[in-house]
Design a protein around this ligand. Structure first.
Ligand code: HEM
Ligand SMILES: [Cu+2]
Length: 538
């Protein structure tokens, strides 16, 4: 893209201050309305939740090293995997890329000075933090043992754990998600720079825009579901209780009507990240831009009609099952188109294995395995065998950790010089990226075999024949932990000591690379004008 460029030598204007030099007082951070600082506020809280959730995961894997349930009681095991799921899904994966990288980059990528509603943006962070406090309160109140899905009747009639506090936390964080979604949608509609038509938007912007739509359309359903669960549990109103004329399946319909689209809230932004990295490090324009845009929108829309594939064995009608199976096959098509287009972009490209490119290629491998096994599960008869086994656990971890978290790490490394104006240690970052790739496969591949062989999920002890595969998986979790801890160390180090990066170290296209690093408070000295399509590489 060509545009007016802010350059440091230009002295027609006084050099604008960068967004970090405006002071480090607590006030200047906690009351900021600058989207770039708000992105950092999110990054800090989200990272905290990620390591909290990871500690629970490590304890789970430690327990499963031996077949006897000897490290944890069954009860604390249930509480640990519930806590892990609740924290990772609601407090890490859903906000991760949109709230951090999306918040930081979206206005810059469209040549805007900020989000459409800067104060609402800050408010979403406060709401997120408030929700987090409730979830932590649930832990202090003794924990929750319902799993991250709060399935009734267990969550309403039987569990004597802190269900209300945990569900309240999730309810609250939903509002933060809705506000972020509204901000993304309005910003993309109204604040694009002159010349930046819809079909010149970078795919990362498209992906966050579609994510915003899903957030705004789906999250209210989750909110209603959680209110009903709370009322049911506290007052026994009977919406889900057959004894009082209610229906427990209704809960699953409502829950998955939000939560299946929500899996696309997690994966679409990561797809956006990968779509920026791959063209840059193969020096090729993205293959099939139009197809990429259409498949982003198709994923967001089709995502709303497949929820019933989570309920194949729940007793819903056979015809519903067949319909949901069919729609699930359909939603796999746009994902396949995207994967093929990334591959075509790599083809005959001048590939350089930068750190973010290693993450993007890892994403391709992991997302493909996760996505294809989703197609297995969408086949009705096969799902009857695999349902509620470790095969499911493996499937969604390949997507959610292999896809979403790997995309996040790739994006963090790609845009780190923009965020901070500094470089990180390339050798250490390469070690970490490889540890992540090896660790992920070693942790989750054995779980496909475990599930296929019949090991159910959510058990804290198991027959000895499953021991080897569990030990391998736990070993993988150790390698994976290294892959997440190392970046925490070398990235923190680079904040102070990293080499200065200059505005565009990767020689990338895109408006965000045309302003200084770190960017000035209002992003651009002058509003840029766009005259080209995105990804004008070569
Ligand atoms: C794109 C990102 C995806 C994510 C993040 C994702 C995530 C998940 C999660 C979290 C679960 C487990 C829910 C639970 O705890 O019960 C799950 C199950 C399932 N997924 Fe996916 N999934 C994705 C893609 C797909 C695709 C493309 C398909 C179909 C083509 C698919 C088909 C299924 C089916 C059928 C189940 C339910 C299996 C059962 O419980 O028996 N998924 N997925
Ligand atoms: Cu689903």
């Amino acid at each position: 893209m060509t545009s007016v460029v802010y350059s440091e030598s230009e002295d027609r204007h006084a050099t604008p201050r960068d967004y970090l030099s405006g002071g480090w007082s607590i006030r200047s951070w906690l009351l900021t309305v600058d989207h770039k600082r708000i992105a950092w506020l999110y990054a800090v809280s989200i990272t905290g939740f990620f390591f909290f959730g990871s500690a629970a995961a490590l304890l789970i894997r430690l327990e499963l090293i031996s077949p006897a349930g000897d490290l944890l009681s069954a009860e604390s095991y249930n509480k640990l995997f519930s806590l892990h799921g609740i924290v990772m899904v609601w407090f890490f994966l859903i906000p991760s890329i949109p709230a951090t990288l999306g918040n930081f980059l979206l206005p810059m990528m469209i040549g805007a000075r900020d989000m459409a509603f800067p104060k609402l943006n800050l408010l979403s962070w406060y709401i997120y933090t408030l929700g987090g406090i409730f979830t932590l309160a649930a832990v202090i109140a003794g924990g929750v043992d319902t799993g991250w899905t709060f399935y009734t009747p267990y969550s309403t009639l039987f569990s004597n754990s802190a269900v209300l506090a945990a569900a309240t936390g999730v309810f609250i964080v939903g509002f933060s998600s809705i506000l972020t979604g509204i901000n993304f949608i309005v910003t993309t509609h109204t604040m694009r720079a002159p010349g930046l038509s819809w079909l010149r938007l970078p795919l990362f912007v498209w992906a966050n825009y579609a994510t915003g739509l899903v957030m705004v359309l789906a999250t209210p359903v989750l909110a209603i579901t959680l209110v009903l669960i709370a009322l049911e549990r506290a007052l026994g109103i009977g919406i889900f209780d057959p004894a009082l004329g209610g229906d427990p399946l209704l809960f699953q319909h409502l829950f998955w009507f939000y939560s299946h689209p929500a899996v696309y809230i997690m994966i679409l932004p990561a797809m956006g990240v990968v779509s920026e990295i791959i063209p840059c490090f193969s020096r090729n324009p993205i293959f099939g831009y139009m197809g990429m845009v259409l498949s982003i929108m198709a994923i967001a829309l089709f995502g709303f009609v497949v929820w019933g594939h989570h309920m194949f064995v729940s007793g819903q009608s056979m015809y519903a099952g067949i319909l949901f199976s069919f729609f699930s096959f359909l939603v796999a098509i746009p994902s396949a188109i995207k994967t093929l287009n990334w591959t075509a972009t790599l083809f005959r490209g001048q590939i350089s294995f930068s750190v973010s490119m290693i993450y993007a290629l890892s994403f391709l491998e992991l997302f493909t395995v996760g996505g294809l096994t989703g197609v297995f599960l969408a086949a009705l008869a096969l799902d009857v065998h695999l349902h509620d086994t470790y095969f499911i656990t493996a499937h969604f971890h390949y997507i959610m950790v292999g896809g979403a978290v790997t995309g996040y790490m790739g994006g963090l490394h790609f845009w780190w010089p923009k965020l901070t104006g500094r470089m990180y240690s390339r050798p250490w970052a390469t070690v970490a990226a490889l540890a992540l790739l090896i660790g992920l496969n070693l942790t989750f591949y054995p779980q496909f075999l475990l599930g296929y062989a019949g090991m159910p999920r959510r058990y804290h002890s198991y027959p000895e024949e499953f021991e080897i595969l569990h030990v391998l998986s736990s070993l993988g979790a150790g390698v994976l932990a290294l892959g997440y801890l190392l970046p925490l160390i070398y990235l923190s180090w680079s904040l102070r000591h990293g080499e200065k990066s200059g505005p565009n170290p990767w020689d990338a296209t895109g408006l965000e690379w045309q302003t200084a690093s770190p960017p000035p408070v209002h992003n651009f000295a002058e509003t840029p004008v766009v005259t080209e399509k995105p990804y004008a590489y070569k």
